[in-house]
Ligand binder design. Structure first.
Ligand code: ADP
Length: 489
């Protein structure tokens, strides 16, 4: 519509100039005004129209000259006409140049827009100008807590909207604070990089979707090159939910495998205990019955009774030996003893249960100073003990109202390292406390009740101890005590 307006105005203007040029007694280069017509048509952005208009204007200039002056000797009117023709030519050239520059720009803008709209990578345009101005008199560390609220989200692409589950870009305007979880650890790094003047920052974090869902993402921020461009920080975001789930599933599978391996060993063990102990027990019963029969005789045959009793005792011993052998097997030395750093053990175990804790809404705090003396043991087995304690705590707190906090703390105490795993769950009833480490004791509908029994056996095989304290309803505190390397060797 607007282009038609330009065309009509240009035609009217051209006609007016022509009439004025032909009819006016004024001696001037009126035809120069045709450049206005050319520029007006140039606004339509069409090359052919610009060329046709310039040609028409040149024709009208010549026609007006011929009508006014005829074909005679050249004079000053001829010079004026030539000036006008040159001006129209130059105007047309400029308009064409401008048109081709604009067309290139439009094409590049379209390409960029297509990339922005069609890519599967989420793109966010952010305005960091307020952060820069605050950084002038605040250190990045002091600004850290407030900074996400200062960064305005200017634009987001459809991939990003899909990632956070928002309906449209209009409904998604706010600050970075709205999409980052409180206490996001990666943000401090991004802020420090911006303050240093780095060009990029990459990291991994979690976004909060519009429905409160946490979306794990990889991101790369491209910071503006100059302060004037601060409104154009670009953030590229890749949803790694599937990758994370696969990773979690792998961890879970590993943990389950370790668990299954133990359950299988235990199953075999139970079967062999039953088998081996059954024989001497049967022999005890048979000999006991025989002894009774010899006793009931008139007169009792004490010699036979003695033989039967001797067999009862020896079979009883056999059974006891079997039990001893099994205990020795269970508490045999750890399979791959190595010098282990307690903070790393805790960190690795925490990483394994991180997702489980997040799902249950449990806040984990770890205090394990780096300088702790190392313990000697099997990394996987001790990790499993910590994982078991943390998962139990998380499960205990999952349905419990109030704050869900899990504190893991380690400290050195004489020749030992103590590790405390304390939760704010419902705690353990005094009656249950007695039986907590017994095999097959469980209060969970789908529990197996072997976790804590195996944990204690494992810890004792390492020369340590595992105890629990609990005063319901104030949570449970498990205490793991492991001898340090010096003591264990
Ligand atoms: P399972 O987890 O299969 O039940 P466990 O031996 O690991 O086997 O745990 C035995 C029982 O101990 C659990 O069923 C639960 O009742 C209790 N328990 C363990 N840890 C905690 C805890 N942190 N808070 C409350 N109860 C706990």
């Amino acid at each position: 519509m607007r282009t038609n307006g330009y065309r009509v105005s240009a035609a009217v203007l051209a006609l007016a100039i022509f009439l004025f040029d032909t009819l006016s007694p004024l001696e001037g280069a009126v035809a120069v005004l045709y450049i206005l017509v050319v520029f007006m048509v140039a606004r339509t952005g069409r090359r052919t129209e610009i060329i046709a208009t310039a040609a028409a204007c040149l024709g009208l200039t010549l026609l007006a000259y011929l009508i006014s002056h005829g074909i005679g000797l050249p004079g000053s009117p001829t010079l004026r006409a030539l000036v006008s023709i040159a001006a129209i030519g130059v105007a047309a050239l400029l308009a064409l140049q401008n048109q081709s520059a604009t067309a290139t720009l439009v094409r590049s803008e379209r390409r960029y827009r297509r990339m922005f709209d069609a890519t599967r990578i989420g793109v966010m345009q952010e305005d960091w100008s307020r952060v820069r101005s605050e950084l002038a008199d605040t250190s990045p560390a002091d600004l850290e807590a407030r900074a996400p609220e200062l960064i305005r989200i200017v634009d987001v692409n459809p991939a990003f909207l899909a990632m956070v589950g928002a309906a449209d870009a209009g409904s998604f305007r706010g600050t970075v604070g709205d999409i980052l979880g409180a206490g996001d650890r990666t943000f401090a790094g991004a802020l420090a990089a911006f303050a240093r003047g780095d060009a990029h920052f990459e990291g991994e974090t979690e976004l909060i979707g519009t429905d409160g869902r946490r979306v794990p993402v990889l991101f790369a921020i491209t910071f503006p090159a100059t302060p004037e461009d601060d409104g154009n920080a670009l953030v590229f975001v890749l949803d790694i939910t599937e990758r994370r789930e696969a990773h979690d599933a792998l961890h879970l599978a590993q943990a389950e495998l370790a668990h299954a391996a133990r359950v299988a060993t235990l199953g075999e063990l139970t079967a062999s205990i039953a088998h081996e102990v059954n024989q001497p027990l049967m022999a005890v019963v048979t000999n006991g019955e025989a002894g009774m029969r010899w006793l009931r005789r008139e007169p009792p045959d004490l010699g036979e009774v003695e033989t039967a009793m001797a067999r009862v005792i020896s079979e009883g011993r056999r059974a006891s030996d079997i039990v001893k052998r099994i205990r020795a097997f269970l508490s045999k030395a750890p399979s791959q003893p190595a010098e282990l750093s307690v903070p790393s053990l805790i960190e690795e175990a925490s990483a394994l249960v991180e997702r489980e804790l997040a799902r249950a809404g449990v806040h984990l705090s770890v205090k394990a100073p780096e300088g702790l003396p190392p313990v000697l043991g099997d990394r996987v087995q001790l990790q499993q003990v910590l994982v078991n304690l943390m998962v139990n705590a998380s499960q205990a707190m999952a349905d419990h109202p109030g704050n869900r906090r899990l504190a893991v703390k380690a400290w050195a105490d004489g020749g030992k390292v103590e590790i405390m795993v304390a939760d704010t769950g419902p705690g353990i009833a005094p009656d249950d406390l007695q039986r907590l480490f017994d095999p097959f004791f469980t209060t969970k509908p789908d529990g197996m009740g072997m976790g804590l029994a195996i944990c204690r056996t494992t810890v004792e095989a390492h020369g340590g101890s595992l105890t629990v304290e609990s005063v319901p309803p104030h949570g449970a505190t498990f205490r793991l005590s492991l001898p340090t390397r010096e003591l264990a060797t």
